[in-house]
Design a protein. Structure first.
Length: 322
């Protein structure tokens, strides 16, 4: 694999890896058959040997494939197939020097970044918010280009505002939109991040109040959509299934959460939790920015009914517990 990558032949590296893994799986199957009916080897993980995916081994494979020793930008040969394959299994955020998301972003591999936000348990908040700010900068860049396009100055604006352009590595410019990526960030940080670390990341990367306002506009749009919906007291048919006794029960948490979020819109709880961390850091700056006042008032109008609803539901808690 290393030889293939040094020769700028990422496809050959992928072929070498998957051929090796196939051979290891065949050896494992032969080993299991030779055990003559004994219980399945405890060293398997989803039907594959754990010994294939030791920490140091996966870290070395990622180092070879991602070529972290080479410059972060530029035309670096890269095979995303191996990275995606490993991300679905045993990758840890600490396996990549310089940060997993940062290196994947420099390789313009956004599909793998979304996969990491789904499967990797220990991504650092600083890494996530840095990646979000990159998307935010691209979003504002596009907004400016659309604004000046009518005056024939789009080319000048592009040169003047170019933000970390993606390398040419065969993946194309697959940079996601701000709402799509922000939704993935909210779902990850709500479950796996601490508010203290999240606020520290905001202080480090969200110093520009205009960036904060841009994020709040997206959150405000989502809150407006939730405010226009009826309050659900019972799960929908998509959120339940029949068990072996024919009784309706809730599906697994991921399925239920997906149905509740109704597509790509994060839940109201995820939105307000993320919003609270932003306001904890940026509220003073927002108050000093008159253009943000109307937005803050709108969001407060969405939150107040939710607070009243929670207070009303809390009054039922004692009776329901009886």
């Amino acid at each position: 694999m290393r030889t293939a990558m040094d020769r700028n032949q990422p496809q050959n590296a992928s072929s070498a890896y998957f051929e090796w893994e196939k051979g290891e799986l065949e050896k494992q199957k032969e080993h299991e058959k030779a055990k003559d009916g004994e219980s399945k080897d405890r060293s398997t993980l989803d039907g594959k040997p754990r010994t294939m995916f030791t920490y140091n081994f996966v870290k070395e494979v990622l180092s070879v494939v991602l070529q972290t020793s080479k410059p972060a930008t530029g035309n670096v040969p890269y095979s995303s197939d191996i990275v995606k394959h490993l991300l679905e299994k045993v990758v840890s955020g600490s396996m990549v020097d310089g940060g997993l998301l940062r290196v994947l972003r420099m390789r313009n591999d956004w599909k793998s970044i979304f996969l990491a936000l789904t499967n990797v348990e220990d991504l650092e908040e600083v890494e996530i918010i840095e990646c979000l700010c990159f998307i935010l900068a691209r979003h504002r860049q596009r907004q400016t280009q659309r604004t000046v396009s009518g005056s024939g100055s789009s080319a000048v604006a592009t040169d003047a505002m170019q933000v970390d352009g993606p390398p040419t590595n065969g993946l194309g410019d697959s940079t996601p939109t701000l709402p799509v990526f922000l939704g993935a960030v909210l779902r990850y940080t709500h479950v796996r991040s601490s508010t203290v670390s999240l606020r520290a990341a905001f202080r480090r990367y969200l110093s520009d109040v205009d960036d904060v306002v841009c994020l709040l506009e997206v959150l405000d749009g989502w809150m407006g959509q939730w405010a226009g919906r009826d309050i659900r007291l019972l799960p929908t048919s998509k959120m339940v299934k029949k068990n072996e006794l024919g009784v309706f029960v809730l599906k697994d948490k991921d399925t239920g959460r997906k149905a509740e979020e109704d597509g790509d819109i994060p839940s109201m709880l995820q939105i307000t939790t993320f919003l609270q961390s932003i306001l904890d850091v940026s509220f003073v700056n927002l108050i000093q920015t008159p253009s943000s006042h109307h937005l803050l008032q709108k969001m407060d109008g969405y939150v107040q009914p939710q607070i009243k609803y929670i207070e009303q539901m809390d009054g039922l808690q004692g009776a329901l517990e009886l």
